[in-house]
Design a protein around this ligand. Sequence first.
Ligand code: NAP
Length: 498
Amino acid sequence: MRVVIVGAGFGGIAAAIELRRHGFDDVTLLEAAPELGGTWHYNDYPGAACDVPSHFYSYSYAQRRDWSRLCSPQSEILGYLRGVAAEYGIEERIVTGATVTACRWDDATARWAVRTEDGTERHAEALVLATGQLNQPAMPGIEGLADFAGHSFHSARWDHDYDLRGKRVAVIGTGASAVQFVPEIAEQAGQLAVFQRSGNWFLPRRNRAYPALLKVLFARVPSVQRVRRAFLFRYMEAITAAIRNPATVGRVGRLRAALFMRWQLRDPEVRRKAWPDYMFGCKRVLFSSAYLPALQRDNVELVTEAIERMAPEGPVTADGRRHDVDCVIYGTGFRTNDFMFPMEVTGTGGGSLRDAWAGGAHAHLGITVPGFPSMFILYGPNTNTSGGSIIYYLEAQAGYLRQALDRVRADGAAAIDVRPEVEETSDRAVQAHFAGTAWTQCDSWYRNGEGRIIANWPGYMAEYGERTRTLDPAEYRLIPRPARRGEAARPAPAEHTA
Ligand code: NAP
């Protein structure tokens, strides 16, 4: 069975490892970037690091005992991923610089045709879309954006050749990325104006290098590592508990954040401006002990008036003030609702995924979509986490899709397709599970234009692990192999059930 995986980030590599470990050897990863890494290749802004502790932001089967600190910097994470890819023989299966433009299912041959920008077409019996949710930088819809005469770039495409020292810099956006790079560039810029549309809830993260003794313990006593992973799992589930139960656990989380923020925000004016006006946990809770102090530096101004338009000199805010700057850095996040689009994906009968998702993306367990046989999405709809490690989800998804392909192989079928009623029911259950949670209490990148939450899993990591551990054959139908010329059509597997 040939499998094409689109994307060689944490997801694509998890799928490739899982498949190869179970005897699926013909695996090709197509990666648009010049190297593997996905989000960790592109997001190399100053201060880029994970905010999930590395002992848990790593594959369960590829544990490292030499992490330098609690939350590793980008270069260490990318180094880890390169190491794992080499160790599991995945590196040589990655085709870099290969931007996929279209994936077409052919009913006649029961295969996928995957086309790249250079016109090459590859065929495969199974397709894994591992492009993730945080892959396409989003630019703000500010009037006159192109009129700005100075230098500008997005945080996910950092211009390392541009020297910020002494410059007047504007940062637009105050999400998880900006919160990491603002403290770094505040030390270089002459003047820094941070444009905030919404405040954030903060919890502390010092992220000092591990003391030598702890490093020795991690390295020499394997149980320390195991206990730490188990502790981190529970700690992160507690964050989800706060989001799921805003009136109880959420209040404890809010109090912890408020005390920390009150202690950090000594300047009453900055405190007033930076304080969030929505429920704790509705947007991503940010972990930083450096950001709020950076806002109170003499060369930093927090601007909360809305940006009305961009003038050639810089942003003009609703109070009529023009903020003249040399450089604008967009920390405005990603086009999360787009998933793998603008890639064209067509399934059985030429049905397009864009049409299937017209009201917002949805997939069974975030992985399978009816009418798109043997197509599997990693980090798909409703599988983002606000309180866990995405690596946990990716491993679960890789295991699930491998089980699906095991079924296809064992039966000698062509492909496997989720039953429409199963997907519909599970989607309804996912949406219903959001009721009463903090996620429903404000606008965020987790929702689409109609307000439907399409990014996040509504429950705990443990629930997702449980739901994906064993593929239920009754939820799928197998597609028989088409007859070759001169051969009688293969009988359909019993009741078409996987
Ligand atoms: P983000 O969380 O979506 O933040 C974007 C920021 O830009 C928000 O403050 C948003 O304001 C603002 N914004 C967007 N459009 C705007 C406009 N037209 N005018 C003014 N402000 C605008 O993006 P991100 O910071 O890149 O983070 C995205 C996700 O990546 C995170 O939630 C997280 O999951 C992940 N991430 C993880 C880490 C990590 O350490 N693991 C680090 C970075 C990112 P509003 O809040 O008002 O929309």
